[in-house]
Write a protein that binds this ligand. Structure first.
Ligand SMILES: [Fe+2]
Ligand SMILES: [Fe+2]
Length: 337
């Protein structure tokens, strides 16, 4: 047994002993109970790992914030995903929270304002379908739909479950005056800057569909990774060329995958040779990749590339255990279709 195998086994043993981070398979039920117990308020929860089309997914009113929404309970332990809809010509209520959030616009057009303290400068971001907007920790924000006729929808992926693990109460997240001046300064100081290769520091991405991508041979894709000042979750986008697949792989991080454009399917399985789930996706689909699950994304369109947004907790996991352990199970260039 090599040192790294030993380390990995020890680590996986530790993980399986933790109630909040059980191995996939056992994990979903634990998450539901623990997570729901900590949540209060008027949220509408939906169970599952795959949602075919968030553009048309039925939502329910959320009176506290305005508009309608649905919260997805899936295999992820440290992140949650929810869809919100803003009625034509209206805005949601301004609010702030001590949790990280990445917002991706599913449909419609409008703008968001972000400011750090009462009376402070409001930073304004005009968005449309395909925009990506990270929300800095505990900064005030408010979303407006400027279309007088059509609703606007967005997907928000947050680290609320992780924050609830740490602090156990929503009051810490939603009723907290703590300020993060260094983090805010860092976030607002640079609009967009390439950090080398596919890595970009960004405040806002106007359209993920046209963002410049960097080719990655070992992943058989072209990608951009966005650094947005977060410490647990982070977004990247990946484009799969027409009629090709990415290599099957697994990693010790969780992921939500949102299909920005294209059509295809994803194979998902807990262990090699084990039973497979196959999710047929299209623009608007959302899936959850639980910790250490194998997955392989396949673009079935012979002419058009497919583009997805992944929000993962690698920022946290790289800090905790290092990228080498996170990617212990990558199978490199191997194609399985
Ligand atoms: Fe928010
Ligand atoms: Fe992956």
């Amino acid at each position: 047994m090599t040192d790294s195998t030993l380390t990995r086994r020890t680590f996986m043993g530790l993980l399986s002993a933790l109630p909040f981070m059980g191995l996939p398979g056992q994990a979903a039920q634990q998450r539901k109970g623990r997570f729901r117990e900590s949540r209060t308020g008027d949220r509408y929860y939906v169970d599952g790992y795959f949602f075919e089309d968030l553009r048309t997914f039925p939502l329910k009113p959320r009176p506290k914030r305005g508009g309608q929404s649905a919260y997805f309970l899936a295999g992820n332990k440290t992140m949650e995903a929810h869809v919100s809809e803003i009625p034509p010509g209206q805005g949601k209520r301004a609010h702030r929270h001590v949790n990280e959030a990445i917002v991706a616009v599913i449909s419609g057009r409008g703008y968001s304002e972000i400011w750090t303290h009462e009376g402070g400068k409001k930073h304004r971001y005009e968005w449309k379908e395909g925009s990506l907007l990270p929300i800095p920790l505990n900064a005030y924000h408010q979303h407006f739909n400027t279309d007088p006729e059509r609703p606007a929808r967005y997907l928000a992926i947050t680290n609320v479950p992780f924050m609830l693990m740490l602090f156990g109460t929503e009051a810490f997240i939603y009723n907290n005056d703590f300020e993060f001046p260094e983090l805010w300064e860092d976030f607002f100081s640079t609009k967009q800057k390439n950090l080398g290769g596919r890595n970009w520091k960004v405040q806002f991405v106007e359209d993920m569909r046209t963002f410049p991508l960097t080719k990655r041979e070992f992943r058989s894709d072209a990608s951009a990774k966005f650094h947005v000042g977060t410490r647990t979750i982070g977004p990247h986008i990946s484009q799969i060329p027409p009629g090709t697949s990415k290599p099957a792989h697994h990693h010790i991080n969780e992921a939500y995958i949102y299909i920005v454009s294209g059509k295809g399917y994803t194979r998902m399985y807990e262990r090699e040779g084990g039973p497979e789930q196959r999710y047929e996706w299209q623009e608007g689909s959302l899936m959850s990749v639980p910790l250490d699950y194998y997955h392989q994304h396949v673009n079935t369109d012979p002419e058009k590339p497919a583009l997805y947004l992944a929000v993962t907790n690698t920022v946290l996991m790289y800090d905790m255990i290092g990228s080498e352990l996170v990617h212990h199970g990558d199978v490199g260039r191997r194609y399985e279709t």
